[in-house]
Design a protein around this ligand. Structure first.
Ligand SMILES: [Fe+2]
Length: 401
């Protein structure tokens, strides 16, 4: 469902949120609907707030939790400095350049980004993005918590003209805030801290709230890599097998220390898919390499919506819509998930959170095999998984070819 810019709506409807009311004052194309086919080719328009071409993605699944937007940095240019009282996660869709980040009265920190880089701008830090190339635009995807945050305080001044900044983030003991060397933390009941992780402020029993929360949400042992700048997610190779029965995939444990967001890199080898699941809203999912597959999304009892899974595609599953990721191509598919806090969500209380293969609508398998056949490929899904409720998934399956 390609999504044209939404028509402007009245700003005084009682049901509109503070974010909705703010958004209609912005002179930028706003995309609604369920997904965007390719961030690299959608219509952009001049956005006065940012001083560059852009577009806002206010997709159905963002549902007042998160917002995403695209900025275009023209060839050889630097877009104006910007700061906002909510953190931003930035993924580079296209191009290469330099980010400059600073707090007022403090030194500027620079780092170079490129296509497939991922980085975080902390709350209220000024930042500029410069395009290092003279022959092509850079395209960046920004995800933030503005819809949820504005629901607690609708003051635009608070968000866009707020001098408060926690200088310990860039200028405290995290002297290498934007180091490209992510720090490993092994989570297995008791977290195992490297010296690098300690330098980022992770100390057992030292109030590392993020880690404590991560341990609660983590099942088995897993490695997490903490940083604020990941140079190229398309070649990130610190992957582990995870996901459980019917949900196996490779996962990259990419995290931002102290961030409200958590991110997840999911890598699925060709000709496979994962069982459907559902959860709360606000997870922005991006295809980050030359992937060739599709995504199914549907509300319980409702029709299927088919979205592309390819480079530059974005989809955001709406609240409690089932969704599944199908790699129908001949290469591995990667996707980046940018997850927001989801207050009130309790996935473990949902007995129908996932749909096992043996209970799956036969149409799904048929659709998958049809898509493979179009490409001259055949499925690597284990036949027995469709019939045997006790089928045991073996992670070696991910290596089959
Ligand atoms: Fe999901």
């Amino acid at each position: 469902m390609a999504t044209a810019p939404a028509e402007r709506k009245s700003t005084n409807s009682w049901w509109q949120s503070p974010y909705d009311r703010w958004l209609v004052t912005q002179d930028v194309p706003v995309f609604t609907g369920y997904y965007v086919e390719d961030l690299r080719t959608i219509e952009l328009g001049w956005w006065e707030l940012r001083g560059c071409p852009g577009a806002v993605l206010n997709l159905v699944g963002h549902q007042g939790v998160t917002e995403a937007h695209i900025l275009q940095v023209p060839p050889g240019e630097t877009i104006p400095p910007f700061r906002m009282a909510t953190e931003e996660i930035i993924y580079v869709v296209e191009g290469q350049g330099i980010a400059t980040v600073w707090a007022e009265g403090h030194p500027q920190i620079n780092f170079e980004w490129q296509k497939h880089s991922l980085f975080r701008i902390p709350v209220n830090y000024n930042y500029e993005l410069s395009n290092a190339r003279g022959d092509q635009s850079a395209i960046t995807l920004h995800v933030n918590l503005l819809p949820m945050a504005m629901g607690t305080n609708p003051s635009e001044d608070y968000f866009f003209n707020n001098p408060y900044v926690d200088t310990t983030q860039l200028y405290g003991n995290q002297a290498k805030f934007y180091s490209a060397a992510a720090q490993p933390v092994r989570l297995s009941g008791q977290a195992s801290f490297s010296s690098g992780a300690r330098s980022m402020g992770f100390e057992p029993g030292a109030g590392a709230g993020t880690l404590a929360e991560d341990r609660r949400s983590s099942g088995s042992s897993s490695m997490r890599w903490y940083g604020n700048f990941f140079p190229d997610l398309s070649v990130w190779d610190k992957l582990e097998v995870g996901g459980g029965a019917g949900r196996l995939s490779y996962r990259g444990g990419i995290f931002f220390p102290g961030s409200a967001f958590s991110t997840s890199l999911m890598v699925l080898p060709s000709r496979r898919y994962r069982a459907a699941h559902r959860h709360a809203a606000g997870v922005t999912i991006v295809g980050i390499q030359e992937a060739d597959g599709f995504v199914l999304m549907w509300p319980e009892g409702g029709d299927y919506l088919v979205a592309p899974w390819k480079e530059g595609a974005v989809f955001v599953p709406p609240y409690h819509w089932y969704h599944m990721h199908m790699n129908a191509g001949s290469v591995e598919n990667r996707q980046l998930r940018i997850r927001a806090p989801r207050p009130g969500a309790n996935p473990s209380a949902d007995p129908n959170r996932t749909i096992p293969f043996f209970e799956q609508d036969p149409w799904i398998r048929q659709k998958f095999e049809e898509e493979l056949a179009k490409r001259g490929l055949t499925s690597l899904m284990p036949e027995e998984a469709y019939t045997n409720p006790d089928f045991e998934w073996d992670e070696e399956w991910l290596k089959e070819d």
